[in-house]
Design a protein around this ligand. Structure first.
Ligand code: GLU
Length: 416
């Protein structure tokens, strides 16, 4: 059977599994499996050569029963409304797994940001924010970085929103520069969260990080910092890759050197002392821990049988498809699912928002300690749920998350 790789369909398959276990009422199920609100906008942008290009952008709010919508903005040529709908749903379940008072949302613009100048990116971002302005705000929907957006992008979001409402609003967006109400530790938070859950996975699976071999697919914010943090805990990073390809060294890769090499040359490829491998091969390497940290659907029914890792920590959103999940579970691979594994990013976004609303800022240690408490508690709640229901960690995370959102929805009641 050909696997359906539409991320929105996949997000609903994952939701349905949990809804079945929870025996959700059919009406409530329909409410929770669809996005609450979807906005599609055209973004006319003046390009450097004087021409005007119109980009298409999206903001989707999947659910806001437990608090304002929350989730990043993605710039990528393959962005689609269905992808943003899936990512928004995943955010709703993610904030519920770690039990922070947010719903789930996501934004995206179809563009090849790597081929755009800083000026073009700034003008496109500002016009996008102005188009989605009616539905965002510190108590409505709070964007953040995602693939190919960063702290600078978030500063433009904050400024555009603030200039429009007429006062400086720090809490409208997270992942901002620290000089502009950003939080210490936010930049590393997704990776640090992955580290904390990998440490707990190592305990329950009796595979300590020290000496463990690790392969990291994707070398952006999550992947490169995860490689650094795992290496600091004495794990051996044997392979890393980016969109152009991968490198391997069974004796271990010096992560700091790989980061510098990518900064200089645009890719990890060619780092001294490493040999080149294809992106598909890095996923199939023999290793203790595999960290997919790039796009969706990289482990599917086609290659799941070839996976040799013992533990997968999903730094990316949606890297493993439902059919691949079944195969991995039969093979005994322990998958720490995205909505748990990469929730460190949104958790520190929550801390950033709290600091912004209170105008009172914390030290990095305080941020990291609070993050550790939340990630470890969430890991064990999911693990206990997986044992209680005899299901995978993914299904368990969904049972916990969907259950929490369903409770909030039921107790609020249906309006009107
Ligand atoms: N884009 C990140 C994610 O997928 C972070 C979202 C946020 O901080 O709001 O979790």
């Amino acid at each position: 059977m050909k696997e359906n790789l539409n991320p929105y369909v996949i997000s609903q398959v994952q939701f349905d599994q949990a809804a079945d276990h929870l025996k959700l009422d059919p009406g409530l199920r329909e409410v929770l499996r669809r996005p609450k609100r979807q906005m599609v906008v055209s973004i006319p942008t003046k390009m450097d050569d004087g021409s005007i290009k119109v980009f298409e952008g999206y903001r989707v709010q999947h659910n806001i029963a437990r608090g304002p919508a929350k989730g990043g903005i993605r710039y990528h040529p393959n962005v689609s409304l269905d992808e943003v709908k899936a990512l928004a749903a995943w955010m709703a379940w993610k904030t519920a797994v770690v039990n922070i008072p947010f719903g789930g949302g996501k934004g995206g613009v179809i563009c090849d940001s790597r081929r755009m100048s800083l000026g073009e990116l700034e003008r496109m971002t500002r016009r996008f924010v102005s188009e989605i302005l009616p539905i965002i705000g510190p108590d409505r929907d709070i964007p953040a970085p995602d693939m190919y957006t960063d702290a600078q992008t978030m500063a433009w979001v904050m400024d555009t929103y603030s200039m429009t409402v007429g006062y400086s609003s720090l809490g409208v967006v997270t992942g901002k520069p620290v000089s502009l109400g950003g939080s210490e530790g936010r930049n590393e938070a997704t990776a640090r969260g992955c580290l904390f859950v990998a440490q707990e996975a190592g305990k329950v699976k009796r595979r300590p990080l020290k000496g463990a071999t690790v392969a990291v697919q994707g070398f952006g914010n999550a992947g490169s910092i995860a490689a650094r943090l795992f290496a600091e805990q004495k794990a051996k990073i044997i392979a890393v890759s980016d969109s152009r390809g991968g490198i391997v060294n069974p004796r271990g890769i010096d992560v700091a050197k790989a980061i510098r090499h990518k900064e200089k040359s645009g890719s990890v490829i060619g780092l001294a002392g490493t040999s080149r491998i294809r992106n598909q091969e890095i996923l199939e390497l023999k290793c203790d821990i595999l960290i997919p940290a790039a796009l969706e659907n990289v482990i599917t029914a086609d290659n799941a049988n070839n996976i040799k890792a013992k533990i997968i920590v999903e730094a990316a959103n949606g890297p493993v498809t439902p059919m691949a999940d079944d195969i991995l579970s039969r093979k005994g691979v322990f998958v720490v699912p995205d909505i748990l594994a990469n929730a460190g990013g949104v958790t520190v976004s929550y801390f950033e928002w709290v600091q912004d609303l209170q105008n009172f800022f914390w030290e990095e240690n305080e941020v990291n300690n609070k993050l550790e408490t939340i990630m470890k508690r969430a890991f064990h709640e999911v693990y206990e749920t997986s044992r209680k229901y005899r299901v995978t960690m993914r299904v368990a995370a969904y049972i916990l998350a969907v259950g929490r959102v369903a409770d909030a929805t039921l107790v609020r009641g249906l309006f009107p």
